[in-house]
Design a binder for this molecule. Structure first.
Ligand code: 5GP
Ligand code: MN
Length: 345
């Protein structure tokens, strides 16, 4: 058995909220990743299984092709593409279930309607410092993924028998992607008890791995090669790597949502590199997307917060910049030494 980490009082409040409602909108963060889509679809399948109707999943913008195999993914609504339809769903739901983010600005264009909605808001998340916008907040930053919280909450509410293969596949995807295939944030023995439970429910973990990690276009592979060969700057004195990509460069490789996934992690396998940053121009949203990874105690989230209006986890963080790509690169390079003076002090 796994231990009861989540406060009993929160479980009761969550049960009450779910049991007294009929209609649900599930929403997750902009640039949805495996944990965002996994936790959303897992909760969609679960809520339907216990008789809730309607249950809808809305994401702010497009999600990567390598998550399209997931059960229920064809039903996901993209806010940017049909804001009016989504607004109506938000307006008419009893509960808005927020998954995998800690602040309403992380849902981008959907934040105003959610903020002004009369629905009850339930938040399940594992990012530090959740803002207080929800009626019930279940936030456990020590958990490796929101999907871990989803699994624990379903079991603790007494619905373990509602878990099925669809739910298990979605939960496994979030655990796998948010831990880099169990290579970081994954030292908790109970994580493997959960994985074993999901396997008992019938998941084929090898095929989920192939679906997610071996499903890219060849252009994305070339983009990766280009980043490593031509675009990676190393700052050996700071154990840091920087990769930058302009919109022109992305176009050359037929860039699609999700193609950048994992590229920022690559320099981390170089001996002596413990901090990696990627700056990518996003012309459509007129901003620079910032992604950061670190090892050990080096606070990627602090750098993202200080310089790029972002945040995240200690070792995986991000943000954005509305300055030009060149100005953003300069800002990063200029402020990099500050963090080493701080680290050394
Ligand atoms: P990624 O580099 O995979 O896009 O994001 C890594 C992590 O950084 C995410 O799980 C999220 O916690 C955080 N993150 C990414 N972008 C932002 C952002 O714009 N704002 C905040 N607060 N966190 C972000
Ligand atoms: Mn997550």
């Amino acid at each position: 058995m796994i231990s009861k980490i989540i406060d009993e009082r929160l479980i009761e409040q969550c049960s009450e909220l779910i049991e007294s409602a009929e209609s649900f909108c599930i929403v997750t963060h902009i640039g949805p990743d495996g944990d965002a889509i996994g936790s959303s679809l897992a909760m969609m399948h679960f809520l339907r299984k216990i008789g809730k109707n309607p249950v809808r999943v809305i994401v702010p913008n497009a999600f990567p092709d390598f998550l399209r195999w997931m059960p229920g993914s064809e039903e996901i609504l993209i806010y940017e593409e049909q804001p009016e339809v989504c607004n109506e769903y938000f307006r008419t739901s009893d509960v808005i279930l927020c998954l995998d983010f800690n602040s309403l600005n992380r849902i981008g264009p959907a934040q105003d309607i959610v903020r002004s909605s009369e629905a009850k808001i339930l938040l399940l998340d594992h990012h530090l410092y959740p803002e207080s916008f929800a009626d019930v907040t279940i936030s456990y930053p020590l958990m490796c993924a929101t999907c871990e919280i989803v699994f624990r909450v379903i079991c603790r509410m007494g619905y373990a028998s509602a878990l099925d293969l669809n739910i298990a596949e979605c939960i496994y995807t979030g655990l796998m992607t948010d831990t880099g295939n169990f290579s970081y944030n994954s030292n908790n023995a109970e994580l493997y008890i959960i994985v074993s439970e999901l396997m008992r429910l019938g998941i084929d973990k090898d095929s989920i791995h192939r679906n997610v990690f071996d499903n890219y276009s060849y252009q994305r592979m070339r983009l990766m090669g280009y980043c490593l060969y031509k675009k990676m700057q190393i700052f050996p004195q700071y154990g840091t790597a920087l990769i930058t990509l302009s919109d022109d460069e992305l176009q050359q490789f037929f860039f699609k949502p999700g193609d950048a996934e994992g590229i920022v992690n690559l320099p981390m396998s170089i001996n002596g590199i413990f901090f990696s940053c990627m700056l990518r121009e996003d012309k459509e949203h007129d901003e620079i997307k910032v992604s950061m990874r670190s090892q050990g105690t080096f606070p990627a989230n602090q750098v993202a917060k200080d310089l790029f209006n972002g945040g995240g986890h200690l070792n995986a963080a991000g943000g954005k910049s509305t300055e030009s790509l060149e100005a953003t690169i300069q800002k990063f390079i200029e402020h990099l030494p500050d963090y080493f003076e701080k680290q050394n002090n």
